[in-house]
Design a protein around this ligand. Structure first.
Ligand SMILES: CC(C)(COP(=O)(O)OP(=O)(O)OC[C@H]1O[C@@H](n2cnc3c(N)ncnc32)[C@H](O)[C@@H]1OP(=O)(O)O)[C@@H](O)C(=O)NCCC(=O)NCCS
Length: 186
């Protein structure tokens, strides 16, 4: 995998730390994206703490002091297949037509801190969490997300693939996936 879990791109003295979102410790009201109406801004300001409290999603943040400058939210899901997943010799592994997955439901970096590698680190830390902790303790085959179209190339650069159906490509945010079996065996 190309993803690094270190923060080589970040300036040494950036003061940026990565933690689990905590109420009331974290300051979220200053978070900004170029579009003030972006639903991701609404999420971090109005919904993230509540979704955590209700066990709907867990949010991990990049912070400076207690100020949130980036975040990624994860939840459990499943993905359905028309055909079964095959093993290395092409034989179907089992008869399940849905497979367990972790979904990246939201990812954003404050516009003032973009293009410094923070998005990549949040993604890398989620990979580590899913591969080293979740997959080790609970069945979990895929990491999935709904990608904004202008971010598809970015996700592809980390190994995510598009679900290759016409229907998927017609979605406002096409579904992308990463097969953890490939990741673990690399
Ligand atoms: C997507 C997002 C989280 C990335 O965060 P980030 O911290 O800026 O990302 P990184 O710095 O780790 O990566 C940026 C690098 O990825 C590459 N990159 C950026 N956009 C890309 C794209 N569309 N395709 C391919 N590569 C891309 C560039 O090489 C860039 O590096 P550069 O500045 O040297 O050119 C951020 O742009 C963001 O919050 N956007 C608005 C909300 C959003 O679209 N969220 C995703 C919803 S699916």
């Amino acid at each position: 995998m190309k993803l690094q879990t270190n923060s080589e791109q970040l300036p040494q003295d950036s003061g940026i730390q990565f933690n689990i979102l905590e109420y009331p410790r974290h300051i979220v009201h200053e978070f900004e994206l170029s579009d003030p109406e972006d639903s991701l801004t609404h999420f971090i300001k109005e919904q993230a703490f509540e979704f955590d409290r209700l066990l709907i999603s867990k949010t991990y943040v990049a912070e400076i002091g207690r100020k949130v400058i980036g975040f990624i939210s994860l939840t459990c899901t499943e993905i359905k297949f028309e055909d079964d997943v095959a093993d290395d010799s092409g034989h179907p592994v089992n008869n399940f037509q849905s497979k367990p997955a972790v979904k990246i439901t939201r990812l954003a970096v404050d516009q003032r801190y973009q293009r410094q590698g923070i998005g990549q680190i949040l993604l890398a830390q989620s990979f580590s969490l899913v591969v080293d902790t979740i997959r080790e303790t609970v069945g979990c085959r895929f990491l999935v997300l709904d990608a904004r179209k202008d971010k598809i190339d970015w996700y592809q650069s980390f190994g995510f693939e598009l679900v290759g159906t016409h229907e998927n490509m017609m979605r406002e945010c096409p579904i992308m996936f990463l097969d953890l079996r490939d990741l673990v065996e690399r």
